[in-house]
Design a protein around this ligand. Structure first.
Ligand code: 13P
Length: 287
């Protein structure tokens, strides 16, 4: 059931658990995530970066695929189709294509410009029943061409953006997209506590979910994080499972080269990873 992410995240924040945003890249990803959410009776957010949208030939293709798959698989748990790190133009394209949620990443603009553009997009999104995420303090590392420095957000700026009526807020707390370097200092709970104090009941978003130790995830949830984004980890397990299949020579046995067989181990690996994360985040049976 395609819905905006507002209600599921408000419930998560109040119930002290988090809903996973898992980024999709193609049909296998989408199917694996939807089926796992349904099996675990968990709400879920499908994240689409601008790069992944382009790869799948555009946001319209993505929205059509997700809507049709949601219907044909008989998915009854709440599913939000969400633009990840959207540009101003990207947000409008997704609104038009039928997404149910958008993220406007104005973190690289001066705060006044971030405020002006976010205000406009909040109004448009809410008029059409979509939820909207905003970002303060760039997330480090690289997400599909979007590069951030990994700074910690200024709690006052977070309040300023939260007061514009966004539905959930990504605040940089030392988190980084992709695999964390060995010398990473961990999440800044000091920043998270300060942000949480400023924004009241606003669900907070933790980007860069890949590789954050479980105890830090649990602590972040206790401090107001209600949405956790995971992308790289699913890509890594998919690649590992596919490599194992090919290195074992299974693509050379019978019709093992058939893409439905070749991609099956990777598909199962994504399912297992999503299950592990939903259990860790506490969203199982919260649909
Ligand atoms: P990872 O790729 O580090 O899991 O980050 C995902 C993300 O934050 C998407 O916005």
């Amino acid at each position: 059931m395609l819905v905006s992410a507002t209600e599921m995240l408000q419930k998560a924040r109040a119930g002290k658990y988090a809903v996973g945003q898992f980024n999709i890249n193609n049909l296998e990803w989408t199917k694996a995530i939807l089926l796992t959410a349904q099996e675990l009776n968990s709400p879920v957010i499908l994240g689409v970066s601008e790069g992944a949208g382009k790869y799948m030939t555009g946001f319209e293709t993505v929205a059509s695929m997700v809507k049709a798959m949601d219907k044909s698989l008989g998915i009854t748990v709440p599913v939000a189709l969400h633009l990840d790190h959207g540009s101003y133009d990207g947000c409008y394209k997704c609104i038009k294509a039928g997404f149910t949620s958008i993220m406007f990443d104005g973190s690289h603009f001066p705060i006044a410009e971030n405020v002006a553009k976010t205000t406009e997009l909040v109004n448009v999104a809410h008029q059409l029943g979509l939820s909207i995420e905003a970002e303060v303090g760039a997330i480090g590392g690289e997400e599909d061409g979007v590069v951030g420095k990994g700074e910690c957000a200024d709690p006052n700026e977070c309040k300023q953006i939260a007061d514009l009526g966004v539905d959930f807020l990504a605040a940089g707390i030392g988190n980084i997209h992709g695999v964390y370097p060995a010398n990473w200092e961990g999440l800044s709970f000091e920043t998270l506590e300060a942000v949480n104090k400023e924004v009241g009941e606003m669900p907070l978003v933790l980007h860069g979910g890949t590789g954050i130790p479980d105890d830090q995830i649990t602590k972040a949830i206790s401090l107001g994080v209600a949405k956790i984004n995971v992308n790289t980890e699913c890509q890594l397990v998919f690649a590992d499972a596919t490599r194992e299949y090919i290195e074992a020579g299974k693509d050379k046995q019978g019709k093992g080269f058939d893409p439905r067989k070749l991609l099956a181990p990777g598909f199962e690996a994504i399912k297992a990873k999503v299950k592990e994360k939903m259990e860790l985040f506490g969203s199982v049976d919260k649909a």
